[in-house]
Design a protein around this ligand. Structure first.
Ligand SMILES: [Ca+2]
Ligand SMILES: [Ca+2]
Length: 411
């Protein structure tokens, strides 16, 4: 490249010198770049799958577009059915048979530069990773269940794009059934959030994110989360989140053709779990952590209010337990119960026994030793050891643990 620029600069300088010597521009001798013609053959710089049936090949200079024909490009394992010039004449866009998610090598023959040099045999190939699927803008999960009044999130994802520079999506929903609870939260995969707005009266949410500057896009052979969208379910039976419009842009500013997929939201009756969780010996029963655990793990978490009261609402039907934990106390758990239309609300009372200061779910000699070693120290040293929260680690704390000696908790 540098050498070619030098040649062109020299030819221009000669033309200028000739003009000065002859004294009249119109009579300048015909000095052309042909004298110092481009002798350097074009090189293949890179290849990249743009979709599961499109591959872009880039050269290091503009090429003769009449040589951009399918027969000049070979990819082992794929059929090249078409080739068209792109990237201002220094690239080719190939139509291929369906790719798999694997490495391919494109070998170029017969492509010439503007001066007629045939592609450099030492630089006539490039490898790329195939894309196994159409470019997509989609919402994930595609199917969501939520209790009436409950909240949920859904991810805006992009998949199967070789050179993802920017993406936008407009999402439509029934505002009587669903409402956006906050702006979309970016995953910062592309960097700059260009649009992030919603209208809960109209039932629309628009999000767009892009990279900035003259840089390549990101390769998304599989699926990437671009943003997380937060909603509340107002009413049964639910509705859909439709992607009404989307655009995928590559780093040349061209649109990447693809598809989109929305999500279905099923809103069911919201069940309720209420109760109390109280830690033995404490006057302040607030801020004890309470967990509602379903078959897949914790589904909601809260903290107790005064007197240890708590509640979970908008809970889906199913089997649950309630667990409560507080530093220095043995975790407490309810028996399993089932929420359904026959049992839409469950009340649970839990008591947390004092003494499990090392949080191993057993109150034993190790806990008592830990308290005894801090005997007469202020609680500021280790609040967990001050079981009755009176400010000092002393006999009453040891006795609380000793009373519960041998008690244990198991999930
Ligand atoms: Ca313990
Ligand atoms: Ca104490």
């Amino acid at each position: 490249m540098g050498r070619r620029r030098g040649l062109i600069a020299r030819s221009m300088a000669l033309a200028l010198a000739a003009t000065l010597l002859l004294g009249a521009p119109g009579l300048a001798a015909p000095v052309t770049t042909q004298v110092y013609g481009d002798l350097i053959p074009p090189k293949v710089v890179s290849a990249m799958a743009m979709s599961d049936t499109i591959v872009d090949v880039t050269f290091d200079e503009a090429v003769d577009t009449t040589t951009i024909v399918a027969g000049n490009f070979a990819i082992a394992g794929l059929t090249v059915s078409g080739a068209t010039p792109n990237r201002n004449g220094s690239g080719a866009r190939l139509a291929t048979s369906a790719q798999a998610s694997q490495s391919y090598t494109v070998v170029v023959t017969g492509v010439k530069d503007m001066a007629g040099n045939t592609v450099d045999p030492a630089a006539n190939s490039a490898t790329f990773t195939g894309l196994a699927g159409d470019p997509m803008v989609s919402l994930s999960p595609s199917s969501i269940s939520v209790g009436e009044g409950g909240s949920f999130s859904v991810e805006l994802r992009v998949s199967h794009v070789g050179d993802l520079y920017g993406v936008s999506a407009d999402i439509q929903f029934d505002p009587a059934i669903l409402q956006v609870t906050s702006y979309a939260q970016s995953s910062h995969k592309l960097g700059t959030v260009a649009v992030n707005q919603f209208d809960n009266a109209a039932g629309t949410l628009s999000y767009a994110e892009t990279k900035t500057g003259a840089v390549a896009g990101i390769s998304v052979p599989g699926e990437e989360t671009i943003a997380t969208l937060y909603f509340k379910a107002l009413a049964r039976p639910g509705g859909t989140l439709n992607v009404t419009r989307f655009q995928i842009a590559d780093s040349t500013g061209a649109a990447v053709p693809g598809g989109s997929a929305g999500a279905t939201v099923s809103v069911t009756q919201g069940f309720q779990v209420t109760g109390t969780a109280q830690a033995q010996g404490l006057t302040d029963q607030s801020n004890i952590r309470v967990f509602l655990s379903g078959q897949g793990g914790v589904v909601q978490e809260t903290k107790t209010a005064a007197h240890g009261s708590f509640s979970f609402s908008s809970v889906l039907g199913g089997d649950y337990r309630v667990l409560a934990s507080e530093a220095g106390f043995l975790t407490a758990g309810s028996a399993q119960f089932t929420l359904n239309s026959g049992n839409p609300a469950q009340n649970v009372a839990l008591q947390l026994l004092a003494g499990d200061v090392n949080s191993d779910n057993v109150i034993d000699i190790f806990d008592i030793v830990l308290i005894a070693r801090a005997y007469n120290q202020p609680a500021g040293v280790n609040l967990t050891l001050d079981l009755n929260r009176d400010g000092t680690i002393e006999l009453l704390d040891i006795v609380l643990a000793a009373i519960n000696y041998g008690k244990s908790f198991s999930i």
